[in-house]
Design a protein around this ligand. Structure first.
Ligand SMILES: [Zn+2]
Length: 202
């Protein structure tokens, strides 16, 4: 598995490579062109724990533009614009997002810093809320194919909260834990209206 580009540590200048490697927070770095140039071991562990395939981990998109890793045009635009703004202004940027599993509600804080005296960005993801889904009380709905599988055979999941969109009532997104544990065979990612309004609307 290749986690970083060959000359990565030369881009860091005053930041220690060892610190990034040993951090418990999942961290990734971007070049000035917003290409993914580094992920740390904690990032890989988190991906593994959340069902990333061996194939995905073997072929991490190192050297590829970060926009390729986000689903949905509005999300791509949101992150690209904000990352470019940090590069341009040199001011750190903070945002939050949800990344839950079947049984756990998890919220993350993301801090983006320009690499001091170097080239590119460091993005640090910190777990801020980790609570049982039972306590959150998100109502679990069982898989009903007719309700969620569209005429092309695809299921649409919110890439933030991972709720599933109904086909005939597209404004309703249900929590279907079975599909969080195991992603449906044919699925596409989108962002549900609540997540979009809460996390990304300017
Ligand atoms: Zn959502």
């Amino acid at each position: 598995m290749k986690r970083y580009i060959d000359d990565f540590s030369s881009k860091l200048n005053r930041i220690s490579f060892k610190t990034l490697e040993e951090s418990k927070n999942s961290i990734y770095c971007l070049s000035e062109e917003l290409d993914l140039i580094y992920v740390n071991p904690a990032w890989v562990n988190f991906a593994k724990e959340n069902g990333a395939s061996i194939q995905f981990l073997k072929e991490l998109p190192i050297g590829k533009h970060i926009a390729n890793t986000f689903s949905g045009e509005s999300i791509k635009k949101f992150y690209t614009e904000n990352y470019l703004k940090v590069l341009k202004t040199g001011k750190p940027w903070r945002n939050e997002y949800e990344c839950s599993s079947k049984d756990e509600f998890r919220k993350f804080n993301q801090n983006t810093y320009p690499i001091k005296g170097g080239n590119g960005l460091i993005i640090i993801n910190t777990l801020t809320i980790n609570s049982s889904m039972k306590i959150i009380g998100r109502k679990a709905i069982k898989v009903v194919d007719q309700r969620y599988v569209n005429s092309d055979g695809f299921v649409t999941q919110c890439s933030n909260c991972r709720c599933t969109q109904r086909v005939n009532e597209p404004d309703i997104w249900d929590w279907v834990p079975e599909w969080v544990k195991e992603t449906p065979e044919n699925f596409s990612h989108s962002i549900c209206t609540i997540c979009f309004d809460y996390y990304w609307k300017n």
